[in-house]
Design a protein around this ligand. Structure first.
Ligand SMILES: Nc1ncnc2c1ncn2[C@@H]1O[C@H](COP(=O)(O)OP(=O)(O)OP(=O)(O)O)[C@@H](O)[C@H]1O
Ligand SMILES: Nc1ncnc2c1ncn2[C@@H]1O[C@H](COP(=O)(O)OP(=O)(O)OP(=O)(O)O)[C@@H](O)[C@H]1O
Ligand SMILES: [Mg+2]
Ligand SMILES: [Mg+2]
Lengths: 153, 158, 153, 158
């Protein structure tokens, strides 16, 4: 049982390092507080873009979002869930990071199912399909939207 | 779904493989769709669906339209690779709730219990409170949580 | 002392109704749980855009932001603070509401001092002056930015 | 300010009347500016400035540059309408902290105590934890708080 845990953690840590490097251009890793105790807590080390290692609580809003999504994607690459639903996860991201995350979701969605709620135009354009939700007289309705880019290819 | 929160009329949303996006104005009903999924998966915490009590999830009416009598949400899952221990090519889960807050669950149209639904979902590794569902405002939860809670996520996956 | 409180609450409630109508196109008001007890809690009633009255906890992310800012502006109109610092308060807002809030801040900033941190281009354009913050080698630096529109007007 | 968080070198930011905007990439230092203002106003909760202990507010160095020895932030207020009980046309508040976490406060260059600073600021109705400062992620706090806490805001204003 201990074996299973360590193998799982090692794989997810490896994924985390890769994903974090790709989206935050920095060094990130996952480590147990006490490497010999699988009941101990899991620590996240994260240095976005070559900054000095900081307590993850001291990261900015956008950096926390990137790190949290890197963690999610690291687990996905090890053992994907049947679907992912992300509700406005790009709220704290600047334009550059919004693009990185939208492109990573686009890439991962070749194999995994993603349902994403967003206000961001760039993310919307990455979607394979887009549903517009609107409200009239207190009732919601849903319309399939076709984006010009989609017709082109 | 029908009668669930702001979705009074019956609506059916095809969710295909790949990258599906929902967009729209504030308050239009996007997060309500996520709440509907969690509702159908058997979530009991009404607070997590922004309601104090279960009957508040039923369409509550407007100036000219009366409240609905019930809220029901059905989810259809592709079962072509038999990830569920059932022989049907598709598996449907339905939850319906009445004004008294009583829930009725159905699997493939047959009435069953919430426990049976959770058991069936877990065979496909689906969980009403799974970390594969990130609610609005919660994205950095994994950073803010305690190291022990974070390690429990790895436990779940392993 | 009771007089002072009631006069203050009445004025802020009046402001809240006006501001809420302007930015959320709905009916909003402030009321004491127990109107006769100035120690009781303060309730916010808010119906954005003619929806049925809902518990304010059931509002959407964007609706909560609008209501909270309406509350802040209502107090400002009664007794302004020397300055306001708002850090990414538009994170949950759609384009329409982002504009409404940015324009309201622009209007109020004729008399009050606002310092706003944002990623949103429209809000940035409303500013009287814009400072760009960037980081190089782990050190922040600040640059005054000139927007084309500013030169024209 | 100088040496405060990511602002190693001395920087001076003019804040004029009207609508001032700060923008820039994630992690560039925008919220650190807000933290600097709260720091200078006398805030003691390091958690609210995303630090565990006061000395963490000092620039902590990089691969090639050593940490700073201190962090200092000064705020200049326009006092032309004598809102502060002082005769100077401008009032400056400075807080400097050393590696041991000891703070030194100055009003118009004269060393004083934190209490004196808070007293002076309150005469201009400035408070280190005032609701006129909305921190990142906190905008809907007034909606989520208890009705009692909300009523206390009215108490403060009245
Ligand atoms: N039981 C109900 N009956 C009718 N309408 C409801 C009910 N419960 C919630 N609503 C409506 O649903 C709206 C909230 O919808 P939702 O949270 O899905 O918005 P959203 O699209 O996610 O917005 P945002 O972009 O601001 O997050 C509320 O305005 C409320 O009026
Ligand atoms: N004591 C310190 N010394 C040096 N750098 C620090 C210190 N404390 C924090 N930082 C740096 O400041 C950065 C955070 O800055 P800040 O929170 O101001 O970003 P931001 O511009 O608000 O970003 P966002 O748009 O994501 O909210 C962190 O990346 C961290 O590396
Ligand atoms: Mg929402
Ligand atoms: Mg910030």
């Amino acid at each position: 049982k201990k074996e299973v845990f360590y193998e799982c953690l090692r794989a997810i840590d490896k994924n985390f390092r890769e994903v974090f490097k790709e989206i935050a251009k920095g060094e990130g890793s996952l480590q147990l507080e006490n490497p010999l105790d699988i009941r101990s807590g899991l620590l996240i080390q994260a240095n976005p873009a070559g900054k000095n290692l900081l307590n993850i609580d001291a990261m900015s809003g956008g950096e926390k979002t990137l790190t949290a999504l890197a963690f999610l994607f690291a687990i996905l690459k090890y053992k994907p869930a049947p679907f992912y639903i992300l509700d406005e996860v790009d709220a704290a991201l600047d334009k550059v990071n919004t693009r990185k995350i939208a492109e990573m979701i686009k890439k991962l969605s070749k194999k995994e199912q993603f349902i994403v709620i967003t206000h961001n135009d760039y993310t919307i354009k990455q979607g394979d399909r887009v549903y517009g939700v609107s409200m009239e007289n207190g009732e919601s309705k849903i319309l399939g939207l076709e984006l010009p880019e989609m017709k082109a290819g | 779904m029908q009668g669930f929160k702001s979705f009074r009329k019956r609506v059916s949303i095809p969710i295909l493989p790949g990258f599906t996006v929902f967009c729209g104005p504030n308050g239009s009903g996007k997060t309500n769709i996520l709440d509907a999924v969690c509702f159908a998966l058997g979530r009991t915490s009404t607070k997590s669906m922004r309601a104090d009590r279960l009957h508040e999830l039923i369409y509550h009416g407007n100036a000219s339209i009366p409240p609905s009598d019930y809220a029901s949400v059905s989810l259809w899952f592709d079962n072509s690779d038999r990830v569920f221990p059932l022989e049907t090519p598709e598996v449907s889960i339905k939850r319906k709730i009445n004004k008294k807050g009583i829930s009725v669950y159905k699997i493939n149209g047959k009435t069953t219990t919430r426990e049976k639904v959770l058991e069936l979902l877990s065979s496909a590794r689906i969980h009403p409170d799974g970390f594969n569902i990130i609610m609005q405002g919660d994205v950095s939860q994994v950073i803010d949580m305690s190291p022990e809670e974070r390690r429990e996520i790895i436990d779940q996956v392993a």
